[in-house]
Ligand binder design. Structure first.
Ligand SMILES: Cc1ncc(COP(=O)(O)O)c(C=O)c1O
Length: 372
């Protein structure tokens, strides 16, 4: 089996810092260090005094305690602080998967775990979020994907790219099947906290004992540059996960660990800023999309600075995104990177003025490629 590259990340890594407008990002306009210091009431000297030694490898006690408060029945002993939620996904799949294992994965999703599972030699089945079901999965498909012998079930909830939050029924169905076959559940919840309504999505943690819940500061907290994520796992399983983390990065950066602790202490303030950006920008995207009439179709996301837009024209999404990049210097995320054609994921979390200018630049391109 040949290596599966992570196409979405390579597309973004190649272009995101070179284009005039980046609408491929799924988080909100990030905070500067200065803004973070102000919002957390931290004096510059406190940051300057952080000693740049190796930090506690599984995350400092104060940071793990802040994280533990976000979950029922969790202590610092259940938590590993990772370098981004991507490291948490990596160590979890690496720990659990052997060649030949079967993995059931929600689709579409951020395809890190989908690619990793296959690169670790596992066989992957998917159960799909369906646009005709308003991005809910079909219970029969869940049952067909999560079969006896399944080692791991992977969900992203709230979902990237659709911005959908699973209904209680869908959640219960996934949990029931996972428990029935005795699989592990990896719940990537990195968008949790970025709900437009302000109603926090329920974590999968606490519903089933063989769960690893993943989260981090990159999306809802607007701090991707800190590269702080975490996983919450049964305490007896933490050791196995940590022994992989020893091989990946050793420990999180000490300055990031310090700032992350301060950020989580004012979580509500940061999430309020995120929600304000989402609720200001989404209506702008929505009314901009309306001008293209039936050429496009989209749903209001429940969560996250992402809108998954479907279009009617036959042009392949990567071709469309590539032309727009070359001709308009705007980066959008082609649906192909989620295994979903004739669709584009818009990131709408940019600073509002910049976001409007990017849409103005895109208008003629959309008319040309999606309406003519
Ligand atoms: C669902 C999901 N998980 C994980 C990540 C990785 O994020 P990070 O490593 O910055 O926490 C992303 C990034 O887009 C994502 O969308």
């Amino acid at each position: 089996m040949s290596f599966i590259p992570f196409e979405l990340e390579r597309w973004q890594s190649t272009w995101e810092n070179r284009v005039s407008f980046n609408l491929s990002e799924s988080g909100v306009h990030p905070l500067t260090i200065d803004e973070l210091l102000r919002i957390t009431d931290t004096h510059r000297d406190e940051l300057a005094d952080v000693r740049l030694g190796y930090s506690q490898a599984d995350g400092t006690e104060p940071l793990r305690e802040e994280i533990a408060k976000l979950y029922q029945g969790v202590t610092a002993e259940n938590v590993i602080v990772t370098v981004g939620s991507s490291e948490a996904n990596f160590v979890t799949t690496w720990t659990l998967l052997q060649p030949g294992d079967h993995v059931a994965i929600l689709s579409p999703l951020y395809r890190q775990t989908w690619g990793l599972a296959q690169n670790f030699g596992a066989k992957v089945s998917t159960f799909e979020l369906k646009p005709e079901l308003e991005w809910e999965p079909d219970p029969e498909e869940i049952a067909r994907a999560i079969v006896p012998g399944t080692k791991l079930v992977i969900v992203t909830n709230p979902n990237n790219p659709t911005g959908h939050v699973l209904s209680n029924d869908a959640r219960a169905e996934i949990l029931a099947r996972t428990e029935a076959v005795g699989a592990w559940l990896l719940a990537d919840e990195v968008y949790l906290g970025a709900e437009l309504s302000g109603q926090t999505t329920e974590t999968f943690w606490g519903s089933y004992e063989k769960t690893v819940a993943v989260n981090g500061l990159s999306k809802a907290y607007a701090l991707p540059g800190l590269r702080i994520g975490w996983l919450v796992a049964p305490a007896e399983f933490k050791e196995a996960l940590w022994s992989r983390h020893d091989y990946t990065v050793i420990s999180p950066a000490s300055a990031s660990d310090f700032l992350a602790t301060r950020a989580l202490r004012v979580r509500d303030k940061i999430l309020a800023r995120t929600r304000a950006i989402l609720n200001e920008n989404y209506p702008i995207l929505d009314s901009w999309l309306r001008q293209f009439g039936p050429a496009v179709n989209w749903w209001r996301p429940d969560c996250g600075a992402i809108s998954f837009v479907q279009y009617e024209q036959a042009i392949a999404s990567l071709d469309l995104a590539e032309r727009i990049r070359q001709e308009n210097d705007v980066l959008i995320e082609p649906g192909e990177h989620f295994g979903f054609e004739r669709s584009i994921r818009f990131g709408y979390g940019n600073e509002t003025g910049e976001f409007k200018r990017a849409l103005d630049v895109l208008t003629p391109a959309f008319k040309k490629y999606l309406m003519d």
